[in-house]
Write a protein that binds this ligand. Structure first.
Ligand SMILES: [Zn+2]
Length: 224
């Protein structure tokens, strides 16, 4: 049950039909792990905190600006989570994983563990003035995983080392937080398996389905 202070704190969000009291409770009990350092992960944590997501795990620094914004939110800085067993233990207690502008190898490692724990994975990144977000659920045989989609994703950070617009990086984080909260609110039917690309310089938004690869080595063999 929301307190009077919480009703006041989330008053503008609570009146949304897609949130309401029950949805806000779902957000407050939600647990999201955010991987990645930099503006995208900071923006993700910031908006997860603003939405009232109860526990936000951050593993690669750069997100301290979100601390203290909302007393309902427990922001847990785990430091680098590099060992597979640490990653496994972390995601065992999470509802959603977010990879915010991480290198592909890191994304693949998180993807494998997310599949094992049957939790959705939100990936978002920015390169140049393009920001994109995609939602994966490799544990669901109808849906793709990050590994399935990797060849079709927009330029990964390591292939575009020469620059990213700060606004694009922030937008990617905002998109990731939006997807994560929608997953917690069970508004995920249109999200999972979709890639959305915002090209800021061209003022275009493109959205497309991502196909599951039946021979994928990640979701084809490790699925429960
Ligand atoms: Zn796959």
């Amino acid at each position: 049950m929301l307190s009077d202070v919480q009703i006041e704190r989330y008053s503008r969000q609570l009146i949304l039909t897609e949130v309401g009291g029950r949805g806000q409770q779902a957000l407050l009990s939600g647990r999201v792990a955010v991987f990645g350092a930099g503006q995208t992960s900071t923006s993700t944590a910031l908006y997860l905190a603003a939405a009232g997501v109860g526990t936000v795990y951050v593993s690669e620094a750069a997100t301290h600006t979100a601390v203290g914004l909302n007393p309902d939110v427990r922001l847990v800085d785990l430091g680098p989570v590099d060992r597979p067993d640490a990653l496994d233990a972390l995601l065992d207690g999470c509802d959603v994983a977010v990879c915010a502008n991480v290198a592909p190898a890191r994304g693949l490692a998180v993807n494998a563990v997310a599949i094992r724990h049957a939790i959705p994975l939100v990936c978002a990144a920015a390169a140049g003035s393009v920001a994109w977000v995609a939602v994966f659920a490799g544990h669901d045989r109808r849906c793709p995983c990050f590994h399935c989609a990797l060849p079709d994703l927009p330029a990964a950070p390591e292939r575009t080392p020469d620059g990213v617009a700060a606004v694009a990086a922030g937008l990617a984080g905002t998109l990731a937080a939006t997807a994560a909260t929608d997953l917690l609110l069970r508004r995920d039917a249109a999200l999972v398996g979709r890639l959305t690309v915002h090209a800021l310089g061209e003022a275009t938004v493109r959205s497309a389905d991502v196909a599951r690869n039946p021979t994928c080595i990640a979701c084809g063999t490790e699925r429960r």
